[in-house]
Design a protein around this ligand. Structure first.
Ligand code: GLU
Ligand code: MG
Length: 458
């Protein structure tokens, strides 16, 4: 038995769960969709050693299973290496343990260039070289739906009443589905600490605690997979797609970030700095805003995402920042000291947790390295300001956002050219398919095409 096989055996033993009969190895593709393989327990140590082989075109395959990128190399293999530190028993299916992995070359010599989890690991290392430790808390919203052949798009809302805002209990969760999700996600080790009904009809939010960036992105990724899985088991469909209904607002994926270092717990806080914030936090915010246009393609990675980003949606329409301001791209919540942080509010529920965490951190790192300073904060309702005060406008459709990403050479280089070109090719094909099937993009209508393309997957 090799060293690694022995480690895998030991990790299974440490789980101390006699109920477990299979390990489900899961990894995020470029959409953030959980792909994987089920492995009977006795085969797991060997597979952990070799890696689990998949056709690498999985990273360039769109949501209609077209392998847009991958064929030019002859559909070669990559290997997913399980990260044994992520093994955990699935509370709603105790015969299964989840284990996250990331894509590497078959010989295990290098990370696969198009792998969101490997990317985030590398970004965290880049911060580590500067004695900085990114800390992240993901905040995700989603809709719960029921399949109904009679309903438009074949889906109707689980609870369909106006103003169930922030309610809990039977009025907003008549079958205790959200309660189950919360408790099981917490038992799964996701540090899910709260849940309630959100603003829109049948929209919910489950809050996750903060932790080191890779672990936080892992937990956001698992939250999505778990919520979707539990919904299916309950005969429902959960979707994180940005805006499934024209008569309701959208679902965000807000990302709270701060940086720790070995001298100060939270290097964003500075009692003596302006507004109790450090110069480092200002450079970070400036970097994020500098790259906001390009970042938007990753934060809003679907045709549908741009229907969420409208005035009064509490999602930003401009690249700006503000103190405790929910109309801004970067909101600096009022807490200081250990809790000082920046919340990036642009993310669409459908965004890929690993990819956006890495991309925001890379943009912030650029601001830190170049010592950039942010513009003045917006005060009040940024939706009611002219562009001169609100900041530069964000792209208003996916095509424009993809162009902005391609044009942001510094961000592309930091993310990796191959990852970005794969993303762009796949997403441009998606835009083309939308244009062919639907025609003009209209921010006011949600088409059946979007619901079919995104609701079940994202
Ligand atoms: N649903 C809003 C969004 O799409 C956010 C609402 C909130 O602040 O929780 O980002
Ligand atoms: Mg919310």
């Amino acid at each position: 038995m090799t060293d690694h096989e022995r480690k895998a055996e030991a990790a299974l033993e440490a789980l101390d769960a006699p109920s477990v009969r299979a390990v489900r190895v899961l990894y995020p593709d470029l959409h953030g969709v959980a792909r994987g393989k089920d492995i009977p327990l006795r085969h797991f140590p060997g597979m952990a050693e070799e890696g689990v082989a998949f056709c690498a075109a999985v990273m360039g395959t769109d949501l209609r299973h077209t392998p847009v990128v991958g064929g030019e190399e002859g559909y070669v293999d990559l290997a997913v290496r399980p990260d044994l530190s992520t093994l955990r028993v699935v509370p709603w299916q105790p015969e299964v343990a989840w284990c996250l992995g990331e894509a590497r070359t078959l010989d295990n010599a290098e990370p696969w260039p198009v792998c969101p989890r490997s990317l985030l690991r590398r970004v965290v290392d880049e911060y580590g070289e500067r004695d900085l430790r990114p800390v992240v808390a993901p905040e995700l919203e989603f809709f719960l739906l029921e399949r109904d052949a009679e309903a438009p798009g074949g889906l109707r809302r689980y609870v369909d009443e106006l103003s169930r805002v922030y309610t809990v209990g039977a009025v907003s969760d008549p079958r205790d589905v959200v309660l189950k999700m919360l408790l099981w996600c917490d038992e799964l080790g996701l540090e899910a600490f709260a849940a309630n009904h959100e603003f829109m009809n049948s929209q919910y939010e489950i809050n996750l605690r903060h932790s080191a960036a890779l672990d936080a992105a892992d937990r956001a990724f698992m939250l999505k997979a778990a919520v979707k899985e539990i919904a299916v088991r309950e005969g429902l469909l959960a979707t994180f797609m940005g805006r499934p209904f024209a008569d309701q607002g959208g679902s965000g994926f807000h990302v709270h970030l701060s940086l720790g270092n070995s001298v100060r717990g939270n290097a964003f806080a500075d009692e003596d700095g302006p507004a109790g914030l450090s110069a480092l936090s200002a450079h970070f915010i400036a970097g994020v805003l500098e790259h906001a246009q390009g970042l938007q393609a990753l934060l809003g990675p679907t045709v549908n995402a741009y229907k969420r980003i409208i005035p009064d949606s509490l999602a930003p329409t401009h690249a700006n920042w503000g103190h405790d301001n929910r109309t801004a791209f970067c909101r600096v919540p009022a807490e200081r000291g250990a809790r000082a942080r920046v919340e990036v509010r642009a993310g669409d529920g459908s965004a890929n947790a690993h990819l956006i965490t890495a991309a925001i951190l890379l943009a912030g790192l650029d601001g830190i390295e170049r010592g950039l300073d942010p513009p003045a904060p917006v005060v009040g309702d940024a939706y009611r300001m002219d562009d001169a005060h609100a900041g530069s406008r964000l792209p208003t459709d996916l095509g424009a956002a993809l162009d902005a990403l391609e044009a942001d050479e510094a961000l592309v280089e930091r993310l990796g050219a191959q990852l970005v070109s794969t993303f762009l090719a796949m997403k441009r094909f998606e835009v083309e398919r939308f244009a062919e099937s639907v025609g003009e993009f209209d921010v006011e209508t949600i088409t059946a095409w979007e619901v079919e393309e995104y609701a079940a997957h994202l």
